[in-house]
Write a protein that binds this ligand. Structure first.
Ligand code: MG
Length: 499
């Protein structure tokens, strides 16, 4: 890409080696999770941290910072040029504000804490992990102070994951969302809804090779271009982007409950499409990623839940399922639909359905907010967690592995990350509502396997822009909306109470 302004071109030239390091780091990350021999871990750790340091050196190089600073003073920059300056300035500012001792303390504690968490989860003993969590919270509190904030220390951490996100935003979101979802859940349970009846289809063992073929069949049906994309296997599915023309996903095969494998595939493919449909002119620039974590999650959730778990889509893929999953060879589309959309108030977030999922996030949000607002101590978390589970979902964990120890995020220092999952869900519903108004024959097209209009719409409204616009700006410009929960609540009500 070339810009009008010579300073911008100097920035882009200087950015190329940084991009290349990120490219290599991503590829190594993908390899680590998929095919790397186990004994390679330590050497990979060295290479990875060295490349990160090189990247940081380039980013914080005086001349480079000088270029970005002079670009900030330029007037009449295009949206694109402004985007480049905004993204780089954010990265530089955060790196400068956090002193090296804190970065090092965090990365050390991330490894130690994560190992302690794994052990503690196995034994379901929070006490084993508690000192590490205390340490990490302490480090994160110091980091929040260094980054700075206007109202709430937690704002500083939220902003690192979702630009400009604040406690005020999230109080509004969860304040409106939580009671309404609780109400819908109660209605479903009390009425003995067919969605609440557990399906037998999740119980039998499946042939992994056949479900792998099924996943590839679905990707073909969804028109993924295998010349720029691939799928492999890992325990925890993820998407890794080397560049706009090499985007890779993984999926999982646990042997039972085949919906988990299918919907992991569709979820990650949704993330991948965001990058695959970014405008090619943004390649090898700071703008080639998505706008934010929440916007990225809105894409994966849109395909996974709103399209993937819809009746027309289930009708479309039912013949493929009957062919590849032997015990489902007689299953009707309605049976598959109910299996895919089973609702159950349960302990574990990653297994939660569309209705209950955000209640799990609400609990994590409340805890993080209280921790960083000094309203809750680390040792008080397990009981608070269990109380809130009981109040919101009606189930009380009887052991720590069902409660406070279930997620890896805190042990890796990811405070402020969870809320982006809920925002992604909310935005996916906004997108679906606007899209249905724009696209005639939306459902019939899904049923026929014609995804072109949907892909084109997503490309023009969101994907092509990469990270040119901050998430709040993009939502406002494109949809005249913010993180508004109304669309999501209406979507859930219509789908689950209207069936
Ligand atoms: Mg995701």
């Amino acid at each position: 890409m070339r810009c009008e302004n010579p300073v911008m071109n100097q920035i882009l030239d200087a950015y190329r080696p940084m991009w290349s390091l990120k490219h290599a780091i991503s590829l190594m990350g993908w390899d680590f999770e998929t095919y790397m021999p186990r004994e390679g871990t330590e050497e990979r750790g060295v290479a990875d941290s060295q490349l990160h340091m090189l990247h940081k050196d380039l980013l914080l190089n005086k001349d480079f910072i000088g270029l970005v600073e002079s670009a900030k003073k330029l007037e009449n920059l295009s949206d694109l040029e402004n985007g480049i300056v905004r993204v780089l300035d954010r990265e530089i500012t955060k790196q400068i504000k956090i002193p090296k001792v804190l970065t090092e303390a965090e990365s050390l504690e991330r490894i130690r804490g994560n190992m302690a968490w794994r052990e503690a989860r196995k034994k379901s003993a929070f006490k084993m992990y508690e000192p590490h969590l205390k340490k990490m919270v302490d480090i994160k509190k110091q980091i929040a102070e260094k980054i700075g904030y206007e109202k709430h220390p937690y704002d500083a951490l939220l902003d690192t994951f979702e630009e400009e996100l604040t406690v005020d935003d999230l109080d509004r979101v969860f304040g409106a969302l939580t009671p309404r979802i609780q109400n819908i859940l109660k209605k479903l349970v009390d009425s003995g809804s067919p969605f609440c009846k557990e399906s037998k289809l999740g119980k039998s063992r499946y042939d992994i090779q056949k479900v792998d073929e099924l996943n590839h069949d679905i990707l073909t049906l969804m028109q993924y271009d295998m010349k720029r994309f691939r799928m492999d296997v890992s325990t925890h599915p993820f998407t890794e982007t080397m560049g706009l023309n090499d985007v890779r996903i993984t999926t999982r095969y646990e042997g039972t409950d085949f919906k988990k494998s299918i919907f992991s595939t569709i979820h990650e493919a949704g993330h991948a499409l965001y990058n695959l449909q970014c405008d090619q002119s943004l390649s090898v620039t700071p703008l080639e990623g998505g706008s934010s974590l929440a916007l990225h999650e809105s894409q994966s959730r849109f395909w996974e839940n709103i399209v993937g778990r819809s009746l027309p889509f289930v009708q479309l893929i039912a013949p493929l399922i009957r062919k590849q999953v032997s015990f489902a060879n007689q299953a009707t589309a309605d049976e598959l639909y109910l299996y895919f959309n089973n609702v159950k108030a349960d302990y574990i977030r990653v297994d939660a359905d569309e209705v209950t999922y955000n209640l799990h996030i609400a609990i994590r949000y409340e805890i993080e907010k209280k921790i960083f607002g000094d309203e809750l101590s680390v040792s008080e978390i397990p009981e608070f967690w269990n109380d809130r589970m009981e109040q919101l979902l009606g189930v009380r964990p009887t052991k720590d592995s069902q409660g406070v120890l279930q997620d890896t995020h805190w042990s890796s220092g990811l405070f402020g990350y969870f809320p982006t999952y809920t925002l992604g869900n909310l935005v996916s519903a906004i997108i679906a509502s606007k899209m249905r108004k724009d696209l005639e024959g939306y459902e019939e097209n899904i049923k026929k396997g014609n995804f072109k209009p949907i892909r084109k719409w997503l490309r023009s409204k969101i994907h092509q822009h990469g990270s040119v616009y901050a998430p709040k700006v993009l939502l406002n410009n494109t949809f005249n909306e913010g993180y508004n929960p109304d669309y999501f609540v209406t979507y859930i009500e219509t789908k689950y109470l209207g069936f």
